[in-house]
Design a binder for this molecule. Structure first.
Ligand SMILES: C[S@@+](CC[C@H](N)C(=O)[O-])C[C@H]1O[C@@H](n2cnc3c(N)ncnc32)[C@H](O)[C@@H]1O
Length: 305
């Protein structure tokens, strides 16, 4: 499903049963385990506030217990509702429906950000990374997972003439509508251009083969994968890569009470009443409904709200 309400096309998960179909019933315990292992190594040890981008149904949010509070951001309201069912309306969690290309947060707010299985849906990763970088504090960190086009299977298929696109060329490959694989060098370049320094990298899912997954227990496979993940600092031949990207020590820090900003005009003086956040600068209104701050386009004018 594609939505065009955003500034750029968005892979729309509204109404999707992604969590139950892909994860709970999808035979992906191994992939789930290896992602958790990697992000435990890559995330900062602690922090006040973390942003999870494209949080979906909150599959990985439990891994963010080291942060005092977590903002779960997703374009899909129904994904956030599923996350609420899993995590509850605890004050520790802030649910935000918004577009990653128009983050509704003041600059220098978050100690860390996590984005897993999301950038592969983005037509413009550099634009998204620049926005995430701005929302992070000095010394903040982004933990990012991306799909790697230069993986061993794609290389074999290319050499055997079964695949037309080259896994070695820098441009993304769109293998299905709004589903992209990226060259690791391109991803690292975009991150550097957005102002990040590349930290530790981890290769994930070395054993993503149906036959292996059928005969070897997921915990054993994940253990073997964990031993191989650090090889990513030298080469990346797996279908998935996770890395940490750090923010420079100098830069803006959000003022004590500041949190949201208008995603349209970037005004920071939003006024909150019970069920809405209004921007006096451009007159747009964000509705707060059932515990979800909804910044999705079309934003309502004050009269419509
Ligand atoms: C494949 S799911 C991954 C969910 C979760 N991170 C996980 O690993 O289980 C991708 C998520 O990204 C969200 N998403 C896609 N494009 C987005 C955008 N432009 N802004 C915000 N969220 C987006 C989708 O709504 C969906 O929940």
């Amino acid at each position: 499903m594609m939505s065009t309400a955003s500034t750029k096309p968005v892979c729309d998960y509204e109404g999707s049963r992604y969590q139950s179909e892909f994860w709970d019933k999808g035979g992906r315990e191994y992939e789930d385990r290896v992602e958790r292992i990697a992000l435990r190594h890559l995330l900062p040890r602690s922090g006040a506030l973390c942003l999870e981008i494209g949080a979906g149904a909150g599959r990985l949010t439990g891994e963010l217990a080291r942060f005092e509070r977590v903002a779960l951001l997703d374009y899909s309201r129904t994904q956030l509702q599923q996350a609420q069912e899993r995590l509850g309306r605890d004050a520790r969690f802030i649910y935000v429906a918004a577009d990653v290309y128009r983050l509704p947060f003041v600059a220098g707010l978050f100690d860390a950000a996590l984005m897993v299985r999301v950038v592969h849906h983005l037509v413009d990763p550099p634009a998204a990374l620049a926005g995430i970088r701005a929302a992070l504090r000095p010394r903040g960190a982004l933990v990012l997972e991306f799909a790697n086009k230069r993986n061993a299977k794609a290389i074999m298929r290319y050499w055997l003439g079964r695949q037309s696109w080259s896994p070695f060329s820098p441009e993304p490959v769109e293998f299905a509508r709004l589903n992209f694989d990226f060259h690791p060098r391109s991803m690292r370049r975009w991150l550097r251009e957005a102002g990040f320094t590349i930290g530790q990298q981890r290769s994930l899912s070395h054993f993503r083969l149906p036959i292996l997954k059928r005969v070897v227990p997921a915990a054993w496979l994940a253990g073997a994968d964990a031993a191989l993940q650090p090889t990513s600092d030298r080469w990346q031949l797996t279908p998935s890569v996770m890395l940490r990207a750090d923010v420079h020590p100098n830069g803006p820090v959000a003022a004590a009470q500041a949190f949201f900003r208008c995603p349209r005009c970037a005004g920071t003086e939003l006024t909150e009443t019970g069920s809405e956040l209004a921007c006096p600068n451009c007159g747009r209104v964000c509705v707060v409904k059932d515990g979800i701050y909804d910044f999705k386009e079309p934003l309502l004018s004050r009269e419509e709200a």
